[in-house]
Ligand binder design. Structure first.
Ligand code: BDP
Length: 586
């Protein structure tokens, strides 16, 4: 279990962000050149961490490079005193990584877009400058929940593997690198190992797992009222429920957060460790065909997004993140799906603070059931476990999305092989978090009777009538959309249209329905929104996409996917103004 790095009297987290060095290793033979002891300074480039290498080092020839690269930095090892635990915390290394400290193997991670920790015990000496080397591999595992392209399947299909540059099976750029900050953390030996928080409209329940210690004290404060509970640890575990007298609720209109503080006490009653987080009191649930927030029906209005920006690539870009949340509020959105992978913890912290409901998606795109095997399911379950472990204490996270557009190739194997796969995957997720509804984003090719619907609590759909079919014919497009809604409404569950949208080149205009113009994008979104509002089974819609984003190069994209209602640099297109009106802001 990785924990968010904390700075307080008992814990410290030193941010190692800055200028590191990188060497590229297209032959993947850096180990034989001893790069794990230190990379080759003559071939190295300076690189910003966090940040993807692709746009930063485009001039050096690495724009489309998605293989192995070696990062190096040095860090000071503090004198921590006895019984402290030093670790390295990586926000993410995309897509997999292997770590060496002072030339010694220190650990590895296959968790794309997810954090991991490396224990430093026995690898470093207090007072020294240690050498940290990270081998990052941007190749996707063919047995991962987002399957990498295999030469074999492309050869069997007689397709060129390089029809996309870089070669991907999804519609966004596979930025490689250390995309989130890296921290050197120090924690007490006797410490809080994990905690789970579940809030309702009246209570906050906390379960604590501690390594040693005798007692825990939990405080919940709203700035004026503070409630406190204590409990003895039994086998390192304790559970408590706090009930404030006049609880102020959390919602998109009023995202009020309480301060929760957990202290661990030793046998003498002395505090030895402490963590804190902000938590909202709220209840989100499915009732019939409705979604209820704090007991009231709520329609999801929002977007699928991407975590990417010019120069940073998928690297954490805090100023842009702040701007995006202001734009979400400006346009009247109340929700976002983290399409198509876990976003940074900074994103979730801001969603809590701005009151944006998050459908949190695991990194699983276009699962091809011809290639699914036991390892795929095991890796998919692992990715779900790690996502839930990281994000389950976030107020903003209201549902888990377990896959995007599986069965995308309409392969016959989808019908036959996917029902037991979904049964097992959804059951696994529910066992880890019985409190939140589960969903996935269905693609039209997988049908309105997609086997995953049987397991979902919320029916998620992506549709592009009027774009990939019925081009520029909104009447025919909306008729097909209504037919899809009617067919899927049979499940008796709330439906959220997780994707609908049209590309628009900012500045391109026409007086008739013409694809790629700002007018057509606007009219497309308005027509879809009318259908969403009119259908009794629809509980919301997310426009695809919040902003234009970079894709791999191929004939169907003009540098970017242009379905953003904002450009990649966040200027609004006509559709953004129209949504502002539709969503009650003007
Ligand atoms: C959907 C995918 C999304 C694409 C979008 C599009 O879920 O990743 O970017 O289509 O084609 O199928 O714009």
């Amino acid at each position: 279990m990785t924990q968010t790095p904390v700075n307080n009297r008992y814990r410290s987290a030193v941010d190692l962000s800055g200028i590191w060095h990188i060497c590229f290793d297209p032959q993947a033979d850096g180990v034989s050149r001893n790069w794990h002891r230190g990379i080759d300074r003559r071939q190295a480039f300076a690189i910003a961490v966090p940040g993807s290498w692709n746009e930063q080092l485009a001039e050096a020839g690495y724009m489309n490079y998605c293989g192995v690269a070696w990062y190096e930095t040095r860090f000071y090892v503090p004198e921590t005193g006895a019984d402290r635990v030093l670790s390295l915390h990586f926000g993410s290394a995309d897509f997999s990584a292997e770590i060496w400290v002072n030339g010694q193997p220190a650990g590895r991670s296959k968790a794309a877009m997810l954090p991991f920790e490396i224990a430093l015990e026995g690898l470093v000496q207090p007072g020294e400058i240690a050498v940290l080397v990270v081998r990052v591999d941007a190749t996707l595992d063919s047995e991962g929940p987002t399957q990498g392209i295999t030469r074999a399947i492309y050869e069997a299909e007689k397709r060129p593997r390089d029809e996309y540059l870089p070669a991907v099976r999804f519609d966004f750029f596979p930025f490689g690198g250390l995309n989130r900050p890296v921290f050197l953390t120090s924690r007490p030996g006797m410490r809080i190992r994990d905690h789970v928080v579940v809030s309702s409209m009246r209570t906050v329940s906390v379960t604590i797992d501690a390594h040693d210690g005798t007692e825990v004290v939990v405080r919940l404060s709203d700035g004026s009222e503070c409630v406190e509970q204590r409990a003895a640890l039994i086998d390192g575990k304790a559970s408590l429920t706090l009930s404030p007298q006049c609880p102020e609720l959390w919602s998109p209109d009023s995202p009020f957060l309480h301060d929760l503080e957990i202290s661990l006490l030793d046998a003498k009653g002395v505090t030895v460790d402490q963590i804190s987080q902000r938590i909202g009191l709220r209840e989100f649930r499915v009732e019939g065909r409705q979604l209820l927030l704090n007991g009231q029906p709520i329609r999801l209005k929002g977007f699928g997004k991407h975590e990417e920006s010019p120069l940073h690539g998928r690297g954490l870009n805090l100023p842009q993140l702040i701007k995006d949340f202001h734009l979400l509020k400006w346009i009247g959105a109340n929700s976002v799906r983290t399409s198509h992978y876990p976003y940074s913890e900074a994103f979730l912290e801001l969603a809590d603070a701005f009151g944006i409901l998050v459908v949190d998606e695991v990194f699983s795109i276009n699962l091809d059931f011809r290639l699914v095997n036991e390892a795929t399911l095991a890796n998919h379950k692992d990715a779900v476990s790690q996502l839930i472990a990281r994000d389950r204490n976030r107020t903003c996270v209201v549902a888990w999305s377990l896959a995007n557009e599986p069965g995308y190739l309409a392969e016959a194997e989808y019908r036959e092989k996917s029902p037991p796969y979904w049964k097992e995957l959804f059951a696994h997720a529910r066992a880890l978090d019985p409190t939140r509804p589960m969903t996935h984003a269905n693609v039209g090719y997988a049908g309105n009777d997609d086997p995953a619907f049987a397991e979902s609590d919320i029916i998620g759909m992506n549709r592009y009538h009027g774009w990939y079919s019925e081009p520029a014919q909104l009447d025919r497009a909306t008729a097909r959309l209504r037919a899809d809604f009617d067919a899927v409404a049979m499940h008796g569950k709330p439906i959220v249209l997780f994707e609908f949208g049209a590309d628009a080149m900012a500045g391109q205009h026409a007086s008739h329905d013409q694809m790629f113009t700002e007018e057509y994008q606007m009219r497309f979104i308005e027509a879809y929104w009318r259908e969403i509002v009119a259908h009794p089974a629809l509980a919301g819609g997310h426009v695809w996409n919040f902003a234009d984003f970079r894709t791999a190069q191929h004939g169907r994209r003009v540098v970017h996917n242009l379905k953003g209602v904002f450009t990649r640099t966040r200027e609004p297109k006509m559709a953004a103004w129209a949504l502002r009106t539709l969503w009650g802001m003007a």
